[in-house]
Design a protein around this ligand. Structure first.
Ligand code: AMP
Length: 222
């Protein structure tokens, strides 16, 4: 499964819920890149400046990173995976389509009105330890600045400040939005209205996925 959506659309939040319910692996390109940056790997050092500005990391770097991740035993052996934040360019989508044992069943496009994205991103807080994501207004932790799940400190992502967010949204419009058409043409796209509450959006997604499961089990592909 691929999750498409602008920064702040809730891809990561929904991906975690979907992964848990359907026992899928959650592979988030942004998390893999941040891990490489934090570990100061050669790839991380290259990626850092692009991420800091809110632009995209060059395709080759991200494609290699995702390829390596898909080659790991848990990705090969499990129930399947959710790609969150990959692909983000047409070149990435084309490369992914060429990878032999990758079979894309569905692409969910989480659609959120633009004004809401800025508010969601500036208010986002992330757990540095387990990766849980909160929002100071829409999904606050029980105690300020502390993760409900693991008790670690929450932080404000460096690229969640207004200036960088504007670049990230422009980058999305110019480079990622064309993927909606790409997957629509291939009959894989499902649109989700992502403007409501987390659990309501999740219910919409579950309805779509459960219906799809029935179709595929009866031999009809969506
Ligand atoms: P995210 O956590 O998905 O918001 O990603 C954070 C940043 O990582 C983005 O603003 C990009 O700089 C970089 N990034 C994540 N995924 C990709 C991708 N598929 N292609 C290029 N850059 C990416």
């Amino acid at each position: 499964m691929i999750l498409l959506g602008a920064p702040g659309s809730g891809k990561g939040t929904q991906a975690k819920l979907i992964a848990e319910k359907y026992s899928l692996l959650h592979i988030a390109a942004g998390d893999l890149l941040r891990e490489a940056v934090n570990k100061n790997t050669p790839l991380g050092l290259q990626a850092k400046e692009f991420m800091g500005r809110g632009g995209l990391v060059p395709d080759k770097i991200v494609i290699d990173l995702i390829r390596q991740r898909l080659d790991e035993p848990d990705a090969k052996a499990g129930n399947g995976y959710i790609l969150d934040g990959f692909p983000r360019t047409l070149a990435q989508a084309e490369k992914l389509a060429d990878v032999e044992d990758v079979d894309i069943d569905i692409v969910l496009n989480i659609d959120v009105i633009f004004d809401l994205l800025l508010e969601r991103l500036t208010g986002r807080r992330t757990c540095g330890s387990c990766g849980a994501v909160y929002h100071i207004k829409y999904n606050p932790p029980r105690s300020i600045g502390v993760c409900d799940k693991c008790g670690s400190e929450l932080f404000h992502r460096r690229d969640d400040n207004e200036e960088v967010i504007k670049n990230r949204l422009d980058t999305y419009l110019n480079q990622t939005q064309p993927l909606i058409q790409f997957y629509k043409q291939r009959g894989l796209l499902k649109d989700i209205n992502g403007s409501g509450a987390i659990q309501n959006i999740f219910k919409l997604i579950v309805t779509i996925l459960d219906n799809k499961h029935e179709y595929t089990n009866s031999g009809v592909r969506l």
